[in-house]
Write a protein that binds this ligand. Structure first.
Ligand code: GDP
Ligand code: IMO
Ligand code: MG
Length: 431
């Protein structure tokens, strides 16, 4: 019974939400294992759009379970808002569909305030975080002073932990030049109330998933962010604060590596990045503007315009290596329609040398200039096509060339935002 991991193979926003929603049909359980509401995963079903930040992208399928693992940083305000919004749209009719780990760390008000204040204090060198408190919450987790969901469920423990943490948080905010607006009694009351709302979903996720596996259920792991934003393997320090790679899927929910059978990387047919950091194939010209416009490249979480560029094969080959990709689903191929030529970055020129693999020192990337291979473009619209054979020959040549350069098969193509606008060549659950 295969279990499948879906991860972003680039800088995030590859279309993971769409692909996870699509593949949920073949799974029983969808699991988020890292990140938090820095994610923005967009699903479009019959023209109706849903953006999820925290709840797994399988939630629109009645009868399928959605699990938030211990590796996620959990903002209960956002969770409650998403639950209410889904219910108001007649989704999530059965609360048993949703399971949240008691061990997930909680994003508290000071984490958000510190995230924002730090970015402001950094000025030009800032990371460009989403301001959701992700980094400060993971920091407290690793420093062994965080609050977990189980702490919200016990009034005494919640009060003691808030009391313990507040003075240092206030001090840090003052040091950063921010005015801390953190009222202890109000925070304790609000988070106790949120704890009561979350309680019905909270469980020992490791045990829950173990039993699901014993009962022959198929799991679909939903990564957030992307490989190049991984805290170890991404373009450090311009990264998020969690491991986004496939290896973390099982750590972030309490299973072992033997639970994973297939790793699917998601990549756009070109590339985008939000926030700061090196990006050798970035286009700062009219072509980049055109990709942004046609691709609708504005962040699903912060609304920021995404930086755009051609596809980077070095980044994809690197993603294939650090995730152990079995296959790639290429999204937004439709966006490339109408370009006279399409380019693929196949090397970097750095300090007079040519590199054909991602350098391990991301500082080199700051000075890297992409070397391109150029292919003829196509003018046919793709959004109504549903089979490989119907694709224009030049679009097929492009996909095949990428496959050849990366060394991983392209097993799915997406030609529009809607669930139906997909050409699945290999079903990872049957591979
Ligand atoms: P995620 O974070 O990886 O889930 O991706 P986002 O939802 O942040 O961004 C992907 C955007 O592209 C969303 O607006 C999707 O609706 C849209 N999208 C996904 N696949 C396609 C596609 O094949 N074609 C087009 N035109 N849009 C797509
Ligand atoms: P999804 O799951 C794209 C980026 C931010 C910033 C860096 C650190 O939708 O693909 P953080 O708030 O995590 O501390 O910000 O990471 N970032 C994302 N970029 N997609 C995302 O998620 C992202 N989540 C974080 O823009 O550069
Ligand atoms: Mg996104």
């Amino acid at each position: 019974m295969p279990n499948v991991v879906v991860v972003g193979a680039q800088w995030g926003d590859e279309g993971k939400g769409k692909i996870v929603d699509l593949l949920t049909e073949h799974a029983d359980v969808v699991v988020r294992f890292q990140g938090g509401n820095n994610a923005g995963h967009t699903l479009v079903v019959n023209g109706e759009k849903t953006v999820l930040h925290l709840i797994p992208a399988g939630i629109l399928h009645p009868g399928k379970s959605c699990v938030i693992g211990n590796g996620v940083v959990f903002d209960p305000e956002v969770f409650v808002m998403e639950v209410d919004r889904l219910k108001s749209r007649n989704a999530l009719a059965d609360d048993a569909q949703l399971v949240v780990s008691l061990d997930a760390h909680v994003i508290m008000p000071w984490h958000k305030a510190i995230d924002i204040a730090r970015e402001q204090a950094m000025g030009a060198g800032k990371i460009g975080t989403t301001g959701r408190g992700i980094g400060p919450t993971y920091e407290d987790k690793v420093a062994r002073r965080g609050l977990r969901i189980r702490d919200l469920l016990d009034a005494g423990r919640l009060e003691r932990k808030v009391k313990e943490r507040l003075p240092a948080a206030r001090e840090e905010l003052r040091r950063l030049g921010a005015t801390p607006d953190l009222d202890e009694a109000a925070i304790v009351a609000r988070y106790a109330e949120l704890g009561r709302r979350v309680a019905r979903y909270a469980a020992d996720v490791s045990l829950w998933l173990h039993r699901a596996l014993q009962n022959g259920k198929q799991l679909l792991f939903e990564g957030a962010q992307g490989t190049m934003l991984d805290v170890d393997h991404g373009t450090y320090p311009f990264v998020t604060s969690s491991n986004t790679v496939a290896g973390n899927a099982v750590v972030g929910c309490g299973l072992g590596p033997t639970a994973v059978d297939y790793v699917l990387g998601i990549s756009k047919a070109y590339s985008t990045r939000v926030g700061g950091g090196p990006y050798p194939s970035e286009l700062k010209d009219e072509t980049g503007e055109r990709l942004r416009k046609i691709g609708g490249e504005f962040g699903a979480t912060t609304g920021r315009p995404r930086r755009t560029g051609w596809l980077d094969v070095l980044a994809l080959r690197y993603a294939a290596r650090v995730n152990g990709l079995h296959g790639i689903a290429m999204t937004k191929l439709d966006v490339l329609t109408g370009f006279d030529t399409v380019k693929i970055a196949v090397g970097y020129r750095v300090d007079g040398k040519v590199l054909d693999e991602m350098p391990s020192d991301p500082e080199l990337l700051e000075r890297a200039e992409a070397i391109y291979e150029e292919l003829p473009g196509w003018s046919e619209k793709l959004d109504h096509l549903r089979s490989w054979d119907d694709l224009p020959p030049r679009a097929r040549t492009y996909v095949k060339r990428v496959e050849e350069l990366v060394g991983v098969p392209v097993v799915g193509l997406s030609v529009g935002a809607d669930r139906g606008q997909t050409i699945l060549l290999v079903n990872p659950f049957r591979a």
